[in-house]
Design a protein around this ligand. Structure first.
Ligand code: ADP
Length: 274
């Protein structure tokens, strides 16, 4: 009991020191208590590390757009006010960066909410066929330049998912398929069943993703080299797929990606039937 007591008082004196563990091997119920206590500390330490990483990622990502806006404001203050071309360019660029920051903050809040409210959505059911049709219809209206073909059938379209989250998933995939297409987007959305599980695939003929980059695309703020250099104006933030993978984890859906640079990408999601 003494060591457990000692660890507890050490933690209460230094609440930021989360690496201390009791690790008692007394062979009785005190050892059980010590194990529970240590595993609770593991989770708190993990959570705390996650939060720190999140804060440092966020500050890092906000630094660039803020520096751009500051640069433009400085330029305007010095001589841009009297030069209509500089005035117009700087206002436009600052407005774009502000919009990016707003989007980024909204996406990051969504991520945090998801991480903290995970259990709230268990037991929700959505109709995959219906949601996909609705999102594709809306998306086609917003992106008349893209051709989106909807194929396949589902015997049992009910899946374990909260409808707004499913809409978000389909939107993220379609959004990327359009963003990373070269020229006119041609996208195929396919519904099918595999091993008794309803599946959705979204296939584009876009720029593709290199093999060595595939394992990173679900990380927060990750963007492939090609999308950074070629498509920066398209406002990629590197958050969509990280939200998608969080959602997949919550609803126990599996994600598979197949891609060939220059030829296109297919994202496949395998859901839990309701
Ligand atoms: P972003 O907002 O940058 O699109 P995502 O998290 O949705 O962020 O995607 C992360 C990165 O993965 C993208 O920046 C892009 O490099 C790559 N990516 C995602 N979807 C596709 C796709 N359909 N085709 C090619 N690259 C993609």
């Amino acid at each position: 009991m003494n060591k457990l007591h000692l660890v507890m008082s050490q933690i209460s004196q230094k609440p930021n020191e989360l690496t201390i563990r009791s690790q008692l091997k007394s062979g009785d119920e005190i050892e059980d208590l010590s194990r529970i206590f240590d595993s609770m500390l593991d989770r708190i330490e993990d959570y705390s590390n996650q939060q720190s990483r999140f804060i440092s990622d966020v500050s890092h990502e906000l630094r660039t757009p803020l520096a751009v806006v500051e640069g433009h404001l400085n330029m305007l203050r010095r001589w841009g006010k009297d030069d209509p071309i500089i005035l117009e360019e700087s206002l436009e660029a600052s407005h774009e960066e502000t919009k990016r920051m707003t989007l980024m903050i909204q996406d990051m809040l969504d991520l945090v909410r998801l991480q903290t409210n995970k259990d709230q959505f268990k037991g929700e059911v959505a109709d995959l066929r219906e949601v996909v049709s609705a999102v594709v219809t809306n998306f086609s209206l917003l992106h008349p330049e893209a051709t989106i073909e909807q194929l396949g059938q589902l015997g049992q379209p009910g899946i374990s998912f909260y409808r707004p989250h499913l809409e978000q998933v389909v939107t993220i995939l379609l959004d990327n398929a359009v963003k990373y297409s070269q020229g006119e987007a041609y996208i195929q959305v396919f519904l099918f069943e595999q091993d008794g599980r309803p599946c959705l695939s979204v296939r584009d003929r876009g720029i593709g993703i290199g093999e060595e980059e595939l394992e990173h695309i679900f990380k927060r703020f990750y963007r492939t080299d090609q999308s950074r250099t070629k498509l920066t104006t398209q406002g990629g933030l590197g958050i969509g797929l990280s939200i998608l993978s969080q959602l997949a984890k919550i609803y126990e859906a599996e994600i598979d990606v197949q891609s060939q640079p220059g030829l296109g990408t297919t994202f496949i999601l395998k859901f839990l039937p309701a």
